[in-house]
Design a protein around this ligand. Structure first.
Ligand SMILES: [Zn+2]
Length: 243
């Protein structure tokens, strides 16, 4: 275990860690497959993320501990190989009881990240479904936190970037090639929504990276490799994904 987490470990109560373990074991397949050492680390990162995030909802809808653990686990999963274990700007997560829409806009959302308010909005049924079905490359929380990472990485100074600059440039090169394929409908791996723009492309790639890793690697080995390099992990190694 890294020194930072050795120091952090006693700060969280045994009961919290156990509760975290039990919820994750049931709801997060990535966690379920990890080695015991990684599981312990994952719990700490989840509790740390919860402690730095404000969760809210509409009156009458309570965001309980279990929901916070499930939502946070998506962020921990994406960043498990990275030094970054919390966000600096997107610290508000609004959990809607169902899909929602905005004033003067008919579109119905299951989730979105608001750059102006720095709020992450997600609807609970879609969050749950994302984790329940583990192999359809659809996971709302992973998708939305993917946006947060791109936005924060962009605004952070050179020395506090989330992603290594060279790794990010390398990913972008492969992503742009694949992006053209998606736009031309010559794509087998990523769903069409990835062709919206490079930001959506990243989030859709993340969902596929975690939920259909082998299929992704087989069909787009270079893009897949650039993602393992960027995130410092390979989810095909389920017990020990860290590189
Ligand atoms: Zn999106």
């Amino acid at each position: 275990m890294k020194i930072k987490y050795k120091i952090l470990a006693p700060l969280f109560r045994k009961k919290s860690k156990l509760e975290c373990h039990q919820v994750l074991l049931k709801s997060n397949s990535y966690y379920r497959n990890l080695s015991d050492v990684h599981k312990a680390n994952f719990q700490l990162r989840t509790l740390l993320f919860i402690s730095t995030t404000n969760f809210s909802s509409e009156p009458g809808f309570l965001v309980n501990k279990k929901m916070k653990i499930i939502i946070s686990s998506a962020f921990v999963q994406i960043t498990f190989g990275l030094k970054t274990d919390t966000l600096k700007k997107f610290n508000d997560v609004f959990v809607a009881p169902s899909a929602y829409s905005y004033k003067n806009n008919k579109a119905v959302f299951k989730g979105d990240v608001n750059i102006a308010t720095k709020k992450v909005n997600m609807s609970w049924p879609a969050i749950e479904k994302g984790f329940k079905i583990t192999d359809d490359a659809l996971n709302l929380s992973i998708h939305e936190f993917g946006h947060c990472l791109i936005f924060e990485n962009h605004t952070r100074s050179y020395f506090s970037k989330i992603f290594n600059n060279r790794d990010f440039e390398n990913w972008k090169n492969h992503a742009e090639t694949k992006f053209k394929k998606v736009k031309a409908k010559e794509n087998k791996v990523l769903r069409d929504y990835a062709g919206t723009n490079l930001i959506e492309f990243f989030s859709v790639s993340l969902e596929t990276f975690f939920e259909q890793a082998a299929h992704f690697e087989k069909n787009e080995p270079k893009l897949y490799a650039s993602m393992t390099q960027l995130l410092k992990q390979d989810p095909r190694n389920k017990k020990d994904p860290i590189l």
